[in-house]
Design a binder for this molecule. Sequence first.
Ligand code: FE2
Length: 184
Amino acid sequence: MTQLTITPDHAPDQVLLQTGDFDIIQRELAAIGVPLARWRADAKLAADAAPEIVLEAYADSVAALNARYGFQSVDVVAMYPDHPDVATARQKFLAEHTHDDFEIRFFVDGAGVFYIRKAGKVYTTLCTAGDLIELPANTTHWFDMGPKPLFKAIRFFTQPDGWVGHFTGDPIASRFPAYAGAAA
Ligand SMILES: [Fe+2]
């Protein structure tokens, strides 16, 4: 289930709001310019399903999003606990960064946590299957897939070179609770 925890960015322990109510989560994220929607994600796919299989299963959703935004590229991140690149993949997204492109993710399986920093607060957002989240360009954020990641997310890019992160160098992520994972 999708979850949101809001804390001051300087006080990760000071919980201002914690909720699993999707409507409230949607409203809180909309207030900081981050659209969140709930889409159908009920395809039964193997943990290590190839990207083309995932894209085929969600071809209608991908086409609808492409029609809306005119994406230049689409890919799939699929992680599972014994994936050979777990440690590297987790670290890549774990430091605070921004993008020139917006970051849109359609979670079709499993879960992962976006930490979105805005106006002195951090919005810790556990995204689960069916969540379509859109971080506008230049949104300060990081992402934790957890030590034993299990998720699939379709990524959409308006720039042909795909994922390019600008790291802020702020170690804030290390002060926030890491995502323990669904199995914990
Ligand atoms: Fe990012």
